[in-house]
Design a protein around this ligand. Structure first.
Ligand SMILES: NC(=O)c1ccc[n+]([C@@H]2O[C@H](COP(=O)([O-])OP(=O)(O)OC[C@H]3O[C@@H](n4cnc5c(N)ncnc54)[C@H](OP(=O)(O)O)[C@@H]3O)[C@@H](O)[C@H]2O)c1
Length: 361
């Protein structure tokens, strides 16, 4: 579904931020599978880990890894030399950094990347948003839909999920304003909900030791493999990470804004993505895991386990049709198999998961 070759895209060079993350690494592999060349940003020890992760399946002729210490700062003129498009997926998930750094990284990070892109005459950019930046969960999910939270309220409440909703909303607002002032760069915002699914091939090199944060939102599926789990997502909306990555790559190839209007799209799996069903699917299809599963009675139930998106608009802007999304069962089982593979790799390396915070087995 995600890895077809395309003659139109061959040889273009795409700069990607956030490529050491769950979604960004899928974006890198899908771009490479489609024949693009990629230049990926990384920082600290992730520079060598990302090189290793990509080298596992791709020739180093097709990718470069460059150091970007912080997406909010620095001169990118060399890094963006010869770049045909940017996918900016780097941003902190809820609770990873302070409110101030989360807001700054999301807002200033997006603006800095776009300013540098304009300076380097890069013609296209795709920025990762989130469905939370819309009037979520009720919708509608049009280009002018915004959640009502203000920065001040988010900081005052101090809840990571509210700070995250504010950081994504204000990043989108800043990007929309920027793209009005700078029509010379064509910008698309892609806003997914909770992402789940397998890690892309090679990503195990970016998970050298047990660390729940590095699993991104797949930590939720991993928590279903613990009988003591009580915390579930409290709002609906999910998507297969492979579909999120596909949306980004399609956005890079989408019709220009003068033809289709402002390109800010929410994307959500159109199937019923129920957490109760997820645990039941694992119990049924992976019976050997039955003893370690979360209590299905604790899973939340909503009247609808997807969100009412404007599918005509999504198809018009990025060419994604509602019948092309991964089914929930496949997302869940591929995530579980991938997580168990990582867990086994950690055990083979000698890590005692019972001694690691957040792990019990
Ligand atoms: N996961 C979801 O369900 C979900 C849903 C909606 C939207 N999103 C958005 O999707 C994007 C990627 O999420 P993810 O799930 O892949 O998260 P992730 O696995 O935590 O990856 C986050 C990425 O951002 C990078 N990053 C964070 N702060 C940075 C900074 N100041 N400078 C440079 N790089 C920085 C990280 O680099 P290091 O590896 O060096 O830390 C990593 O590559 C984010 O924009 C997120 O808001 C995610």
């Amino acid at each position: 579904m995600s890895s077809t070759s395309s003659s139109t895209s061959t040889r273009k060079l795409i700069f990607v931020t956030g490529g050491t993350g769950f979604i960004g690494f899928h974006i890198l592999t899908q771009l490479l599978d489609k024949g693009y060349h990629v230049r990926a940003a990384a920082r600290g020890r992730k520079i060598s880990l990302l090189k290793k992760a990509l080298s596992a399946n791709y020739s180093s002729d097709n990718f470069e890894v460059v150091e970007v210490r912080d997406v909010c700062f620095g001169d990118f003129s060399l890094i963006l030399k010869g770049i045909d498009g940017i996918i900016h997926a780097a941003a902190p998930l809820p609770g990873r950094v302070s409110a101030e750094i989360a807001l700054r990284t999301a807002i200033e990070g997006s603006l800095h990347i776009l300013r540098e892109a304009v300076r380097a005459k890069v013609p296209r950019a795709v920025v990762t948003s989130a469905v939370l930046s819309y009037d979520y969960p009720k919708g509608p999910y049009g280009a002018d839909s915004w959640n009502p939270i203000t920065k001040e309220e988010a900081i005052a409440f101090g809840l990571p999920s509210l700070i995250y909703a504010a950081q994504k909303k204000y990043s989108d607002l800043a990007v929309v304003e920027f793209s009005y002032i700078h029509p010379e760069i064509d910008v698309t915002l892609v806003g997914p909900p909770f992402n789940y699914g397998p890690f892309a091939r090679g990503f195990e090199h970016l998970l050298p030791e047990p660390d729940l944060d590095s699993l991104s939102t797949n930590a939720t599926i991993y928590s279903f493999l613990r009988p003591d789990t009580t915390a579930f997502p409290i709002v609906p909306g999910a998507i297969d990470v492979r579909d999120t990555a596909r949306a980004h790559v399609l956005a890079l190839e989408s019709p220009l804004s003068p033809y289709v209007g402002r390109k800010r799209v929410a994307i959500v799996c159109p199937h019923e993505c129920s957490y109760k069903a997820a645990i039941e699917i694992i119990a049924r299809e992976r019976p050997e895991l039955k003893d370690r599963l979360a209590d299905v009675r604790r899973a939340p139930e909503w009247s609808c386990n997807t969100l009412p998106l404007d599918w005509k608009r999504i198809s018009e802007v990025i060419g994604m049709n509602r019948d092309s999304f991964f089914p929930w069962e496949k997302t869940v089982l591929d995530a579980v198999d991938s997580l168990l593979r990582i867990e086994n790799l950690w055990k083979e390396k000698g890590f005692d998961l019972k001694k690691v915070k957040g792990f019990i087995r």
